[in-house]
Design a protein around this ligand. Structure first.
Ligand SMILES: O=C[C@H](O)COP(=O)(O)O
Length: 251
């Protein structure tokens, strides 16, 4: 049985004051113990969040990491070893905003994935198609390519300690959500692709859905057999809304 995971990606939002307020809200939440909950603040605030959430069972993750595992001469980057040292448990790899705005490509992302794992972080590999790709009927092909490139580089065994997040780009921050059936079709294809290499890995890996998830639509999405939780953007900036999403994953 896979334990659902709900992770809040705060993206490039927050100030020390607003982060302090969000921490206060998170501390007050009643969260189901059956669900693993995580937040991913901007790097600058990771320490503040880890200290502020002390004693609350919410993991903290980062939104990105360097391709090199250890500290060194790589200006502007943060090493996975430094994230682990700060107390992070997981890290996003290949969020579509980084793929599309910063040009991060599959080969680089495999290296980040491996670097993160070598430091004991759980990589959350983000994959998903653009609207244009969906309209061209290429959704499954695009997602299989993004996932396949990491499998090819690192082997399917790498997914025994990793999470996959399916995020259709057209659903991110737009208010448009894939229907539960649309999302399930892609999640099932992702699991089948992993199963073709290892049934055990496929059975155990958690595949999150992301893209305009809210308290109002979370239960329906999380009710699908291959959706094991969510990667939540905008709605994770409101503690009560985020708490309601976490509870929906526990039902
Ligand atoms: O990482 C989170 C996703 O990009 C979803 O963002 P959203 O919930 O604001 O659509």
């Amino acid at each position: 049985m896979r334990r659902p995971l709900v992770a809040g990606n705060w993206k490039m939002h927050g100030t020390r004051a607003s982060v302090a307020e969000l921490i206060r809200g998170l501390r007050h939440l009643a969260l189901p113990s059956s669900v693993e909950v995580a937040v991913m603040p901007p790097c600058l605030y990771i320490n503040q969040v880890i200290q502020g959430l002390d004693g609350k069972s919410i993991a903290v993750g980062a939104q990105n990491c360097a391709v090199e595992p250890m500290q060194g001469a790589l200006t502007g980057e943060v090493a996975p070893s430094q994230l682990a040292d700060a107390g992070c448990a997981l890290v996003l790899v290949g969020h579509s905003e980084r793929r599309l705005i910063l040009g991060e490509r599959d080969e680089l992302l495999s290296r980040k994935f491996a670097a993160a794992q070598s430091c004991g972080l759980i990589p959350v590999l983000c994959i998903g198609e653009t609207l244009e790709q969906r309209q061209a009927g290429k959704t499954l092909e695009v997602v299989a390519g993004q996932l396949g490139s990491v499998i090819e580089e690192l082997g399917v065994g790498a997914f025994a300690q990793a999470v996959v997040a399916y995020e259709p780009v057209w659903a991110i921050g737009t208010g448009l959500t894939a229907s539960p059936q649309e999302a399930q079709e892609v999640h099932a294809a992702i699991r089948a692709q992993l199963a073709a290499e290892s049934a055990d890995v496929a059975r155990g890996v958690r595949i999150l859905y992301g893209g305009s998830v809210k308290a109002a639509n979370a239960a329906e999405l999380f009710g699908m057999p291959d959706i094991d939780g969510g990667l939540i953007g905008g709605a994770s900036l409101n503690a009560d809304e985020f708490g309601a999403i976490c509870r929906a994953a526990g039902n």
